[in-house]
Design a binder for this molecule. Structure first.
Ligand SMILES: Nc1ncnc2c1ncn2[C@@H]1O[C@H](COP(=O)(O)OP(=O)(O)OP(=O)(O)O)[C@@H](O)[C@H]1O
Length: 364
C-alpha cells in the first residue's frame, strides 16, 4: 500500500484533515471550490516540494495559517514503511523528515512517493516548453536508475561552472571545462536514451489501448547536433557562448519531440486527443516503473470528466485498474465516476467547504 494515512494542515481551504486511505482507488467528489484539487496538491507538495497549480507556494498556504504541515504514513512494497513529515513556514523554509530524521534533499522524499498527475492542464506537456518534457523523461530515469540523481547533480554543477567561466571570459579554462562538461553530458544523455528505448514500446502499447486511432511518434534530441561530438560542438560554438555568457548546447537543451505525421502533436491533435496522449505517456511511465522496480506509481487524476468522453474515461480507468496502483480521482459528480468505474477495492470521499468525510459503504 503506498499512502496509508495522511494528515494535512494549512492547505488552502482544507480544514484539518486526517484520512485513512484505500490502497486501491480513492474517489473524491464535491462541488466546485470545495477543496478536491487541494488534497491532490498537498500530495504533490509532499512528493516534489512543488505545486502543479502555482509556482508561488504562498498561495497554497491557507490564508489564516502560519504554516503548512503534512504527515504521510507510507507502506511501499519494496522500500518498507515510513513516515514523512513536512513543515513549510511562511518564510519559505521547509523542514522535511523521514522517520524523525531530517532530510537534506527533496529527492529523498520523492523516492518514496512516485506520483503522476493527470489534470485538466496536463495537455501542456505537449504544447509547453521543452523543459516540461525533459522533466518528464527525467522522472522516469530518476525513479528507475538510482545513480541518476548523483550524475545529474554533477552535471548541473559543471554547467554552472562552465557558464561562470564564459561570463568571466576566462578563455584559458574553457578547453578543460569543455572536456569535463562533455563527459558528464554523455552520461546524462546515455541514461535518457536507454530509458526512452524501453519507454517507447510501452507508450505505443498504452496509447493503442486508450485510442487506437491516434498515431504519435516520439523523437529524442540530445541538445546538440546528434552527428557530432559535444566537445567539438562546444569548441565550434565557443565565440557565441562567450557572447551570450551561457552554454547553448548540452543535455539541458534536450527535447522530446512528440509528433503526428511529422508535425508537432500540439498543433494537430484536438484538446481531448492531446489529453489522451498525455494520459498514455503518464500511464506508460507508471507501467514501466512497475516492471523495472516492482514498485507502483501513485496516480492523481483531477477532474476526470473534463474533456474526456465516456469511452476514453472508461479506457483510462481500466488501464489504471490493471496497474493495481493507488489512485486518487476527483469529480464534481459522484455518478460520473462510479457509473463508469466500479473497482473492487475503493473508498469514496465527499468534500464540502474544505471538510472531507468518507461515504459509508451503503451510500458509496
Ligand atoms: N490560500 C488559500 N486560503 C484559503 N482558501 C483558499 C486559498 N486558495 C484557494 N482557496 C479556496 O480554496 C478552495 C480550493 O478549492 P479547490 O481548487 O481545491 O476546489 P475543487 O473542489 O478542486 O474545485 P473545482 O471543482 O472547481 O476544481 C476554493 O474555494 C478557493 O477559493
Amino acid at each position: 500500500m503506498p499512502i496509508r494515512q495522511l494528515k494535512i494542515r494549512g492547505v488552502r481551504n482544507l480544514q484539518p484533515l486526517d484520512l485513512t486511505l484505500h490502497p486501491g482507488v480513492n474517489f473524491i467528489y464535491g462541488a466546485n471550490g470545495s477543496g478536491k484539487t487541494s488534497i491532490l496538491e498537498a500530495i504533490v507538495l509532499m512528493a516534489t516540494g512543488k505545486s502543479f497549480r502555482t509556482s508561488q507556494l504562498k498561495h497554497v498556504q491557507a490564508q489564516d495559517a502560519d504554516r503548512i504541515e503534512l504527515v504521510f504514513d507510507i507502506e511501499d512494497e519494496a522500500l518498507g514503511q515510513c513516515q514523512l513529515d513536512s513543515l513549510r513556514l511562511k518564510s519559505g523554509d521547509n523542514l522535511l523528515k523521514l522517520n524523525g530524521s531530517v532530510l537534506t534533499a527533496q529527492t529523498e522524499a520523492a523516492q518514496w512517493l512516485p506520483v503522476q498527475v493527470i489534470e485538466p492542464t496536463t495537455f501542456k506537456l505537449l504544447s509547453g516548453s521543452p523543459e516540461e518534457r525533459r522533466q518528464f523523461i527525467d522522472w522516469g530515469v530518476f525513479h528507475v536508475e538510482q545513480k541518476f540523481i548523483e550524475h545529474w547533480k554533477v552535471f548541473r554543477k559543471q554547467l554552472k561552472q562552465r557558464n561562470a567561466v564564459l561570463k568571466e571570459k576566462e578563455l584559458q579554462w574553457l578547453p578543460v571545462w569543455n572536456q569535463t562538461f562533455a563527459e558528464s553530458a554523455a552520461v546524462i544523455d546515455n541514461y535518457r536514451r536507454t530509458y526512452l528505448k524501453r519507454f517507447k514500446p510501452e507508450f505505443e502499447r498504452i496509447l493503442q489501448q486508450l485510442d487506437d486511432s491516434i498515431q504519435v511518434q516520439l523523437a529524442y534530441y540530445p541538445g546538440w547536433d546528434r552527428d557530432s561530438e559535444l566537445n567539438d560542438v562546444l569548441n565550434k560554438q565557443q565565440e557565441r557562448d562567450l557572447a551570450l555568457g551561457y552554454t547553448q548546447s548540452g543535455p539541458h537543451r534536450a527535447e522530446l519531440r512528440i509528433k503526428v505525421d511529422k508535425q508537432p502533436a500540439a498543433e494537430i491533435l484536438s484538446r481531448g486527443q492531446q489529453k489522451t496522449v498525455v494520459a498514455a505517456l503518464k500511464i506508460a511511465q507508471g507501467a514501466l516503473f512497475q516492471q523495472e522496480s516492482g514498485r507502483r506509481t501513485i496516480y492523481l487524476v483531477d477532474d476526470l470528466a473534463s474533456e474526456l468522453d465516456e469511452k476514453h474515461r472508461f479506457a483510462l480507468c481500466k488501464l489504471l485498474e490493471d496497474l493495481k496502483c493507488q489512485v486518487f480521482i476527483t469529480s464534481i459528480d459522484k455518478d460520473k465516476l462510479t457509473d463508469i468505474w466500479q473497482p473492487v477495492a475503493s473508498k469514496v470521499f465527499h468534500v464540502e467547504q474544505g471538510i472531507i468525510s468518507e461515504d459509508s459503504p451503503a451510500t458509496a
